[in-house]
Design a protein around this ligand. Sequence first.
Ligand SMILES: [Zn+2]
Length: 384
Amino acid sequence: MTSLLVTGISELVTNDPVHGPGLGVIPAGAVVVDQGRVEWTGRAGVAPAADEVFDASGRAVIPGFVDSHSHLVFAGDRAAEFAARMSGQRYDGGGIATTVAATRAASDDELAMNVARLLGEMRRQGTTTVEVKSGYGLTVVDEARSLVIASRFTAETTFLGAHVVPEEHAADPVAYVDLVTGPMLEACAPHARWIDAFCERGAFDADQARTVLVAGAAAGLQGRLHANQLGPGPGVGLACELGLAAVDHCTYLDDADVQALRDSGTIATLLPGVEFSTRSPYPDARALIDAGVRVALATDCNPGSCYTSSMPLCIALGVREMGMTPDEALLAATAAGAAALRRDDIGHLRVGARADLVVVDAPSYLHLAYRPGVPLAHALRFHA
Ligand SMILES: [Zn+2]
């Protein structure tokens, strides 16, 4: 293992308060990496020597994106559903059954190859940590194998048996919740770090979501929740009451929801790719930030409501459509994403952090939002 000096950095974004408020930007910066960790950051002119040198040639370097919300274990796609929706058909979430059928019919290898393909896309766009949910199996066997496959690729795996009530349980949703909190949880808990539920009209109500989250906690899983995506509801309040790490979507919030988010410290993870891809109103990131709520950005990459793997797109949408400043959006895609996963070793480039360096092919990190749709961000690979 050799040490590496990355120098010639026009702007080094550290998210380290030692280097200033907000993004902690070091102009004309350098970073030394050793044993896969950040060993030093500062001005290039005073950088210590290292075994090898990489010249960023006047480009910006940022911490890798932390995508804290994705659904990558699935088969098939729903391009036709997207086309129908864009032709004026309203999206109601009912298309998940299509993906459930395709996922159950797929082999383990097919599912794993699809995860690998999407993770490759993410890495090529600057994402270095990804949370991956189950939720398209919805049987004991299919949820467990989804999580076994996901855990081959990431430590941040989430059991989402409470995604929707599958068709075969439509007549008896109570029995399905019993299955999720009983045998399914038992089979999935060894392969998951998190538990999640879709708390929304047409999916699971607040009592059912609470039952799932409490059962998960008893099995050693930490909680996160999908809530308030399609309309107002009790999900955000529930997430804050239970002290969950994050509650995701947060599109329809009332004043009490915003106050609960601020007071609990539960992170509001906004998924603007969903509103973009479903032609729906965006969550009000500006109001949340102004109220003192901590906001993260994630892709929600899934074959139905949002099939993007691009964190830079989410940054551009956060800035252009949700009133975030470029600095707030980058923090939300890095440090806040890490906090949404309760991780302290990623999402920043403080000394001791995992050396997840991403090069932006531009003189400033501002270009991530300023040049939407342009593939500027690349995770730097180390051969060490
Ligand atoms: Zn989701």
